[in-house]
Design a protein around this ligand. Structure first.
Ligand SMILES: [Mg+2]
Length: 121
């Protein structure tokens, strides 16, 4: 069975690439976007998990998460796990907007593996 896709929302191209390489090493395929708007517009039907930066140009990751949750409810879609991957915000903010977990960036491989195992197996 193919591994579910991980949607990476990160505006910094270097961090985006780092996360993609980490995911590849752990056996996951990544879809990369650079903004909250793109994350919201993306078709989530094949996405197993979203790694969401908080500090983004335009709508930030917290607001993007709220909009994604609203859209899921409106369209009666399954709730995709969203994990904050950020240097800026705190866990409390992440949980209060409907995120499922929180990682400090850059994430250690072991921590990334822990959340992938938690939400994708
Ligand atoms: Mg950022």
């Amino acid at each position: 069975m193919p591994q579910p896709l991980v949607l990476v929302v990160e505006d910094d191209p270097m961090l985006r690439d780092l996360t993609r390489r980490q995911l590849t090493k752990l056996g996951y395929e990544a879809v990369l976007v650079g903004s909250g708007e793109e994350a919201l517009d993306h078709d989530h039907s094949h996405i197993g998990l979203i790694l969401m930066d908080i500090g983004l140009p335009g709508i930030d990751g917290a607001y993007a998460t709220m909009l994604i949750r609203e859209k899921e409810l409106r369209n009666q879609r399954k709730r995709v796990p969203i994990v904050a991957l950020t240097g800026h915000s705190d866990a409390q903010t992440a949980f209060s907007v409907g995120m499922d977990d929180f990682l400090q960036k850059p994430a250690l491989m072991a921590d990334l593996k822990r959340v992938l195992d938690k939400f994708l197996t």
